[in-house]
Structure formats: structure tokens, C-alpha cells
Design a protein around this ligand. Structure first.
Ligand code: FES
Length: 109
């Protein structure tokens, strides 16, 4: 079942290339604004499960984990070698309000 979009902030609350941490449902999400585009990724680095992606340096369409520098593509969360890295979340902006669809992981047991 798909989640609803949830309003998290105003677009002017996000600074260019400066990440911000949000808690949506029971997910922790790092949100970035780059060239007017909004990206939402998991805030938890898959390397050592550290919750600091929102403090990562943003450069060339990637965010660098501040702990050991793993790089994640802002568009798809993938690692530099193309391997799956961070979960990403759908974003929409309506009248300057930023919404995220925080789909929880679906497990097929
Ligand atoms: S914890 Fe992120 S690169 Fe090591």
C-alpha cells in the first residue's frame, strides 16, 4: 500500500546544498535542495548505519557521507560504483510547500 505525501517544510526552509534532517512516519530522511531541485534520501549511511547523511557535502550531484566519504547519487541513492546505497523518497512541491512520500519498506515473506 502506498503512503500519502506528507508536508515537511517550506521550500525556503532548505538552503542550497545544505542538507536537513526530517522524521517522517518512522523514517529518518535527509533532504537537499540543489539548483532548485529537491532530493530526499535515507539519512542512515549503509556503511556503519550512522545517521548523518544530512550533514554530507554536496557536489556534482552526489552527497558524501561525512564519516568516511562514501558517495551517493542524489537522484537514485546509488553508490559511485552503481551499487544500491540509500533509499530515496518521492518529493513534490506545491505552492512552496515540500511534500515527501515516505514509503516504508515492503517485505515479501
Ligand atoms: S559511515 Fe558513511 S561512509 Fe562510513
Amino acid at each position: 500500500m502506498e503512503s500519502e505525501f506528507i508536508e515537511i517544510c517550506r521550500i525556503e526552509d532548505l538552503k542550497e546544498k545544505v542538507g536537513k534532517q526530517f522524521f517522517v512516519e518512522d523514517l529518518e530522511i535527509a533532504v537537499f535542495k540543489v539548483d532548485g531541485q529537491i532530493y530526499a534520501l535515507s539519512n542512515i549511511c549503509p556503511h556503519q548505519k550512522i545517521h548523518l547523511i544530512h550533514e554530507g557535502l554536496v557536489e556534482d550531484g552526489k552527497v558524501y557521507c561525512p564519516v568516511h566519504g562514501w558517495q551517493f547519487d542524489l537522484r537514485n541513492g546509488n553508490l559511485a560504483n552503481g551499487r544500491r546505497g540509500l533509499d530515496i523518497y518521492e518529493v513534490k512541491v506545491i505552492d512552496g510547500n515540500v511534500y515527501i512520500r515516505a514509503n516504508k519498506k515492503q517485505y515479501n515473506w
